[in-house]
Design a protein around this ligand. Structure first.
Ligand code: GUN
Length: 683
């Protein structure tokens, strides 16, 4: 690595750009995700850009930090500049037209250009034509150009905003025709009117743009109207094609990155790093601070190395501005990296919550988001998490917790007439109450057994399932749910439930049994053996993970036998004729499917992907299903959860783990759709 390298704008430390492969130009693929938050690769002919990613704004006349340094020292793989500024200045225009924009800026990475719309909003004097500015961007060789959209300002009336939306849509066809093979940004306008944002998203999404920037948001962000910003993203995200990156025009403050990334934003641009530096303001992950108000630096960056606030204040205006711009760039880049890592770690919502507590307007926006969480975001969230799940104020209403609860409510059909709820202790519950649960089953069959957790009541059958089983936090967070709330949760799971007995596990096992005897009577001694209990647990788990009915689950599990681990946990499930069907996973409480298990599940309502005939031989052989080869999706396809794969003739070909939702399977044209675990083999 170059020793002058400070930070990387993306995770690949290439010295040279890596152009996309033939046929990939303009494609966007998702490589990792959590709900709508996604890590992607955007294929341009200059470089394959890893997203989410920040594009520093370069004013070709000022260049606070040289573009070459952005690439080599800071690792920014893309920047944005203004084609209208280049077009207006004869010397810039001449060089750009003769040598190209990459030579003009001395930058080897991806260059996006804006069109002059923003200048028109700020200065009102833009006279370039709709086709003319797109043609110019193509001629100077930009990677991603922008059409001349009509900026909708917060002060406009609804009629005026509607006019801006309509005029932008009307300009789409001519702009795209002029762009030819150059990728084009199709901005979304609509002001603060959700219906107009939706109209803009649908209208622009119908044209073959490569990227959709969300425009008209700068004046809102300047006034910290973050709730409006969230409402705007929510109004358009679901209506935009899932295979195109979403760009947040002018969104460069690092504290906004987590919430925007969580809502599916892929690209950001920042002039803030330079603009704030001019006013002696420093970007921090938690907000903005004034240099003059600091006695010492609360953060360490390469730019600040060897300095104190006093020595920086003593620098000349130009030197100080440059140093602060470099600091701001470093913070911006590392906050973007933090978001990417959080998506990989499944902790993006934790980061959203953390940042929400740094700014009252951001907290208001976050609370608004929780109250208006889109159903589509929840259903695209994998309820399972790898590793511990940190308990926090927002966790119970966060998408992973809501997704797991939603799945539980729709799949649970325990059919019991009375319930016992154990409270007051974290897992592993099997170790604490496993024997007691067995005794209860023997003496009082038909009794539903539940566990109280800080994010809701669960049936005992899911006692080892993430997130409930892996909650991390102080012991005092257990046993906090009121009896009333516990009853409410149980009643939501079981209609017309009779008696609900709530017992603290801290009471001790024997004592519990005595308490139960006095509450329920002695009960009959039934000979329910270990595997019968495990069977009923597996029946419920199969319903939870595969979305099938209780009757189908019972019939699959009928006559099954189990192989146990040394610690007496079910390791493998075999059918009555000795075929290996399922293996419960220790890691997250999920179920790994086998091809024999897939055969049993076929036709029972499990999420099913149908592939086109071209893909059949590869899928049979156990190769991943790639986007572009799916002709139909049935059932609820959830990223991270199992599904089966069929031919168009209805034959089982394979089973795997979905990486996408049904909508993404419809739109995406590159990347893995289903990670295939096993294929059925040759026909
Ligand atoms: N830069 C910041 N906002 C906008 C916008 O709405 N449109 C364009 N083209 N550029 C912008």
């Amino acid at each position: 690595m170059d020793e002058n390298h400070v930070l990387t704008g993306d995770t690949s430390m290439t010295a040279e750009p890596t152009p996309c492969r033939d046929g990939d130009h303009g494609k966007f693929e998702i490589t990792n995700r959590d709900g709508w938050a996604r890590l992607g690769k955007f294929h341009t002919s200059t470089h394959v850009l890893e997203t989410p990613c920040l594009l520093p704004v370069i004013n070709p006349n000022i260049r606070t930090v040289e573009p070459r340094e952005l690439w080599e020292k800071y690792g920014f793989k893309a920047l944005i500049t203004n084609s209208y500024v280049i077009w207006k200045h004869e010397s810039l225009k001449k060089k750009a037209l003769s040598d190209g924009v990459h030579a003009l800026l001395d930058y080897p990475g991806v260059i996006m250009t804006d069109s002059g719309t923003f200048q028109n909003y700020v200065y009102g004097d833009v006279e370039v034509g709709v086709e003319e500015i797109v043609k110019f961007q193509r001629e100077i060789g930009v990677d991603i150009a922008t059409m001349l959209d009509v900026f909708g300002t917060p002060s406009m009336t609804e009629e005026e905003i509607l006019d801006a939306v309509n005029r932008t849509i009307e300009r789409a066809s001519a702009s795209l025709a002029e762009a030819k093979d150059t990728m084009l940004n199709g901005p979304i306008q609509g002001g603060t009117y959700p219906e107009l944002r939706k109209k803009s998203a649908i209208g622009m999404g119908a044209h073959p743009f490569s990227v959709h920037p969300i425009g008209g948001i700068v004046p809102l962000m300047e006034r910290q109207r973050y709730k409006d910003l969230v409402e705007i993203i929510l109004s358009c995200r679901e209506h935009l094609p899932w295979n195109r990156p979403i760009h947040m025009f002018g969104c460069g403050h690092p504290h906004l990155f987590p919430i925007c990334v969580a809502l599916g934003a892929d690209l950001f641009d920042s002039a803030a790093y330079a603009l704030f530096a001019r006013d002696d303001r420093m970007l921090m992950p938690w907000g903005t601070v004034k240099l003059s108000e600091l006695n010492e630096f609360p953060i360490s960056t390469a730019a600040l190395h060897g300095h104190t606030p006093k020595t920086v204040l003593a620098l000349s205006d130009d030197a100080r501005c440059e140093l602060l711009a470099r600091h701001n760039l470093e913070v911006t880049a590392s906050e973007m990296a933090r978001c990417r890592q959080a998506v990989r770690d499944g902790t993006i919502w934790q980061l959203v919550e953390e940042r929400s507590h740094t700014n009252a307007a951001l907290r208001e926006a976050t609370e608004y988001l929780y109250e208006n969480m889109p159903e589509g975001l929840i259903s695209s969230t994998n309820p399972l998490r790898d590793g511990g799940v940190q308990f926090s104020q927002d966790l119970p209403i966060s998408p992973p917790a809501v997704a797991s609860l939603g799945r539980l409510l729709s799949s649970y059909n325990g059919g019991c007439n009375q319930a016992i709820v154990f409270t007051g202790s974290s897992g592993p519950w099997r170790e604490k109450i496993g024997g007691l649960v067995h005794s209860i089953n023997q003496r009082w069959p038909g009794t539903g057994i539940f566990i109280e957790t800080p994010i809701g009541v669960i049936p005992y059958s899911l006692e080892d399932v993430s997130p409930w089983a892996h909650l991390v936090g102080p012991t005092t967070m257990w046993g906090q749910t009121s009896d009333e709330d516990i009853r409410f949760d149980v009643e939501a799971l079981v209609e017309d439930i009779g008696e609900i007995i709530i017992l603290s596990i801290e009471d001790g096992k024997m004592e519990n049994l005595e308490i139960l005897s006095s509450a329920l009577g002695d009960g009959e001694k039934n000979e329910i053996n270990r595997s019968e209990l495990d069977r009923s647990i597996m029946v419920e788990k199969v319903c939870y993970f595969f979305d099938i009915s209780i009757d189908d689950s019972k019939s699959i599990m009928d006559g099954c036998t189990f192989v146990y681990s040394r610690t007496k946990r079910v390791r493998n499930v075999y059918s009555s004729d000795g075929k290996h069907l399922f293996s419960p996973r220790m890691r997250d409480g999920g179920i790994s499917l086998t091809i024999e298990g897939a055969k049993k599940l076929q036709g029972a309502g499990v999420a099913t992907v149908v592939v086109i005939p071209d893909s059949e031989p590869f899928t049979r052989a156990g190769r991943n299903v790639m986007h572009g080869f799916i002709s139909e999706v049935r059932g609820d396809l959830t990223p991270g959860l199992p599904c089966i794969i069929e031919s168009e003739a209805g034959e089982l070909l394979a089973h795997g783990v979905s990486q996408c939702t049904a909508e993404e399977a419809r739109d995406m044209r590159k990347g893995i759709a289903i990670k295939v675990r096993d294929g059925i083999g040759e026909s």
